[in-house]
Design a protein around this ligand. Structure first.
Ligand SMILES: Cc1cc2nc3c(=O)[nH]c(=O)nc-3n(C[C@H](O)[C@H](O)[C@H](O)COP(=O)(O)O)c2cc1C
Length: 417
């Protein structure tokens, strides 16, 4: 199954789906999303901002969903519409999500029905941003999106392409079928990892040279944290063994802090026998100084000669000694490559999968500014026992979601054995 396809057993029938529409041109595409879910038998409720009604009439959404459209917080009745709408929702889709809507959601503002519903709702939330490239790339929006991802919101897109002004660039809303597929995945995934123990390593190790200096790398921990967040959202019991990181760690997971490759190895091996899934997303140093000197090296003593020795290869150890792990557990490794070509990246991933004895290898390109260490996005392929999938250039959260989807399928297959 490709990364974008929904699990075949997911049903939208009878599910309550909230579609929250804010004021962008792409609102016309959301008409198709509403119609698709209504045709699948879902109970679709549409909430619109005032601005959204400049783009598509409420009547259109009402006719296609078969339900009245909600636009106002206040009426003359005794009902509390934001609570009634939010309660019992199985899925919430925000599309198009304007820069303004994204900002309000990130800050928890609730000054209209749309934003109050989004602060009240407890279902999985899918966000399909749509805005001009300048708005999408603005540091304020970047920060708001990072906050929402931290809150567990799943991003769909945006993609690059033609924008309403005639420009082209990042910020184009995902196509309706992509949003529908993501919605189906979200409906099907809610609890699929309940009872599954997942260990994720994240960040970079720091191998001391002296008390203040170390051999390290640029890993931010963002990718590992995204995987942990996604697994926890699907109800897995997650432990993160983290080296040095600069990203915000996820909430609701056990966090074990380590510094060196040796410490990371000890922390992972201690927990491996209980884990159903081990994802080695950390950037572990390949080499460390043979010995760390006890006192700070003095500049006046001239450049030191540092002999490097290999660090333990934790992935290979776990892959080659099955006794270290739980029976039928799944081992996933990451390969950092400076290789943007997906075909060659796939070959490297498959080669590493075999040589390390891993079930799945995610190979990502760390050679460009939009992919790899510290970036919000990653260009990656996933190589597993059932072949190689090119995930393309996507957010780290979307890559995490594609990877966890693959892991969920593998777990299901192994349980059938
Ligand atoms: C023709 C037109 C198109 C617009 N398209 C977008 C858009 O795609 N994304 C966006 O963030 N804002 C867009 N805006 C600006 C928003 O409509 C504006 O920020 C508004 O306050 C958003 O309100 P809302 O988030 O409550 O719906 C557009 C405005 C106009 C006039």
């Amino acid at each position: 199954m490709g990364a974008g396809a929904p699990p075949p057993d997911v049903k939208a029938q009878g599910k309550k789906i909230l579609v929250c529409v804010s004021g962008g041109i792409a609102a016309f595409k959301v008409v198709v999303v509403v119609r698709s879910f209504a045709e699948m038998g879902a109970d679709v409720r549409v909430v619109m901002t005032r601005s959204a009604q400049h783009f598509v009439g409420a009547q259109t959404f009402a006719a296609l969903s078969g339900n009245p459209v909600s636009t106002e917080m206040f009426g003359s009745g005794a009902d509390v519409p934001h609570v009634e709408l939010a309660r019992g929702a199985d899925l919430t889709i925000v599309a198009p999500a304007t820069a303004n809507a994204v900002a309000k959601m990130a800050l928890g503002i609730a000054d209209d029905l749309f934003s109050a519903v989004l602060l009240t709702v407890r279902s999985p939330v899918l966000l399909a941003p749509a805005m001009h490239t300048e708005m999408w790339e603005h540091p304020a929006t970047r920060g708001n999106i990072a906050t929402l991802e931290k809150h567990g919101v799943t991003l769909v897109g945006p993609s690059e392409g033609a924008l309403s002004s005639g420009d082209s660039g990042a910020g184009r809303m995902s196509e309706p079928d992509e949003i529908v597929r993501a919605g189906l995945r979200a409906l099907g995934r809610a609890e699929d990892l309940a009872g599954v123990r997942v260990l994720v390593t994240a960040g970079g190790t720091q191998e001391p040279i002296d008390p203040v200096r170390f051999v390290g790398n640029r890993s931010s921990g963002r990718m590992g944290f995204a995987i942990a967040r996604e697994a926890a959202a699907r109800r897995a019991k997650v432990t993160v063994v983290a080296g040095a990181t600069s990203a915000e760690p996820p909430s609701g997971v056990e966090l074990v802090q380590v510094a060196t490759a040796d410490e990371m190895r000890a922390a992972v091996l201690e927990r491996a026998p209980e884990c159903d899934v081990i994802v080695k997303a950390a950037a572990v140093a390949d080499f460390k100084p043979e010995e760390a000197v006890e006192r700070k090296l003095k500049k006046a003593s001239g450049p030191p000669e540092i002999t490097l020795v290999p660090t333990p290869d934790i992935l290979a150890e776990l892959g080659s000694r099955p006794g270290l792990r739980k029976a039928r557990s799944i081992l996933i490794g990451f390969a950092a490559e400076t290789e943007p070509d997906p075909g060659r990246l796939g070959l490297l991933a498959e080669e590493k999968r075999r040589s390390k004895g891993a079930d799945v290898i995610v190979a990502n390109d760390v050679g460009s500014s939009d992919s790899g260490f510290g970036a919000a996005t990653n260009r990656a392929v996933i190589a597993g026992p059932d072949g190689v999938t090119d995930v393309g250039l996507v957010t780290k959260m979307a890559l995490a979601s594609a990877l966890i989807e693959r892991i969920s399928q593998l777990l299901k297959e192994r349980r059938k054995l």
